[in-house]
Structure formats: C-alpha cells, structure tokens
Design a protein around this ligand. Structure first.
Ligand SMILES: [Fe+2]
Ligand SMILES: [Fe+2]
Length: 289
C-alpha cells in the first residue's frame, strides 16, 4: 500500500475565473471546451449529492481519523462546488441555461435516487463516483498532453480539483466498507451504473451546449464523431485510464493501493511553496517540471 496523502481543504483560491478566458479555452477546440464545461455543470450538484450520501453515515462513525477525513472531504467538495459555480456563471453569460441543467440533475439525485434508494446504495454510488474522479485525475495529469495547451486558469482549476480528489479518494470508500458494510457485488454494480450515468450526462450536456452555441445538426455530428474518438477511441483519454479504473472490480481493492501520482507531488510542492494555484497548474503543463 502506498502512503496516504493528507486531506487539506484549501479555501478562497483565486483562479482568475472572472478574467478574459476564451469561450473555447481548450486548444480553441469547440467539442473539448464544451465537454469540460459540461463536466463543470455536473460537479456542484454532484458534489452536494456525495456530501449528503456520506453524511448519512456520519453519526455511525466511531473511528476519530475517519470522522476527521469525512469532515475534510466535505470541506473540499464544498469548495469544488463553489469554484465550479463561479465558472458556471460565465457559462450562463454565454447563454447556457446552467440552472436548467442543474435543476434536472438535482431532481434526479435528490428527489428520485436519494428518496427511493437505501442509503447504502447511494453511498456505493458515491464511492464509485469518487473512484471515477480519482482515476480521471490520473488520466488528466499523468498524461501531460491532455491539458497541456489549454488556458492556464482552467488548467489550474482542474488541477486543484483533481489533486484534492486524489487526497480524499478513499473517504467515501472507507465509510462504505467499514461503516455501511456494502458487499462486493453492490460495489461493482454501482461503478457500472455511475459510469454509464456520468458519461451520458456529460455527453447530453455537451450536445445541449453546442446547440446553444448555434452549431447546426451536421456540424454537431462532425464534432461529436471527432470528440467521441478523442475520448473513447484507441489511445483516447478515457482508454488510457481503463487499467486503474478496472482495479475497482478486484476483490480486496482499496483506493490507496493505486500508485501515487507523480504529478501530485509536483503540484503540491509548487502550491505549498508559492500558494498560487495557477503556478501549481502550470508546472503540470506538457513538458513542464
Ligand atoms: Fe470534487
Ligand atoms: Fe470527490
């Protein structure tokens, strides 16, 4: 087992999100920019859901270390929601109805899932989603090329979010295993469902944004064909995280068994030295550090 990273809530960070970030901030590529924007619209409600699902078990936790981890997890996720909402306000000014996207997601998560499913199931969903986000952190920053040439403010925001996802990646999992005592099959099934739901949600929201941007059906088809290849094709961004992703299905898996991100140490050292999230994001750029 590799060493634990400490869970450090970092608050009031300035990513310059009110600056002149171009609409297509991801290499000037419409699909890539809007795909990541779609992720940003999913995070605030998603993170409120994760917090609620872990909180369901807080009173049953007796291990003081796990209790502290849960506290820090909630603070980190709370900050992620705040910062993504700041960015999402930009999207609103670009004509994207973020409120509508969030309302639909809120309804599904809080009025359907949390209302009708047992707490152990929604906690298993949360642990699976946390595995997905931690694996995405691997994919985004161990492969320097993915976010190598994007707007530095956006890289900084995603780097900070990804690194904190790595720090707290075992919290929901530990509550699920040690307190809710969720079994192996339910854990695996949750990963399947969450992966499907997450990917569908991201693609549907991307499609909606491209529509808002005024692209015709034909243009959207073209962008999607190229974009889906970039995501899911051989050597695509998601394909490179398949190995670490599938480890979740191993009986006896624990998030800290996965090798530590080289980029995490680099990011952390730069952040601790400078206190500047943009400088910390910049060292992760292609060819940097
Ligand atoms: Fe998060
Ligand atoms: Fe998280």
């Amino acid at each position: 087992m590799t060493s634990h990273a400490a869970i450090v809530p970092r608050e009031k960070l300035d990513f310059g999100l009110d600056g002149d970030i171009p609409r297509y901030w991801f290499e000037g590529d419409v699909f890539k920019s809007r795909y990541f924007d779609a992720l940003s619209t999913i995070f605030p409600e998603g993170e409120r859901y994760f917090i609620s699902c872990v909180r369901d078990y807080r009173d049953q936790i007796t291990d003081p270390q796990l209790l502290q981890d849960v506290k820090d997890f909630i603070r980190q996720e709370g900050q992620h929601g705040i910062v993504h909402s700041q960015y999402n306000d930009r999207l609103k000014r670009q004509g994207i109805d973020v409120d509508k996207l969030e309302a639909t997601q809120h309804h599904l998560m809080f009025n359907v899932l949390r209302k009708h499913l047992p707490a152990a199931v929604t906690l298993a969903d949360t642990a699976a989603a946390e595995h997905l986000t931690a694996t995405m952190a691997h994919m985004l920053f161990e492969r320097r090329d993915v976010l190598g040439k994007v707007d530095p403010r956006m890289r900084a925001m995603y780097a900070w979010h990804a690194m904190e996802e790595v720090e707290h990646k075992a919290v929901a999992f530990d509550v699920m295993q040690k307190v809710a005592k969720v079994g192996y099959l339910r854990r695996c099934f949750a990963l399947l469902l969450v992966t499907l739901g997450f990917n569908l949600n991201a693609l549907i929201s991307t499609r909606y944004m491209l529509k808002c941007d005024g692209y015709s059906r034909l243009q959207r088809w073209g962008m999607f064909a190229k974009g889906l290849w970039w995501l899911y094709g051989p050597g695509g961004v998601y394909m490179s995280m398949l190995g670490p992703y599938l480890q979740y299905l191993k009986p006896g898996f624990h998030p800290w068994q996965q090798s530590e991100l080289q980029s995490y140490r680099i990011w952390l050292d730069t952040f601790n030295r400078t206190g500047d999230p943009i400088a910390a994001g910049n060292v992760l750029q292609s060819g940097g550090a």
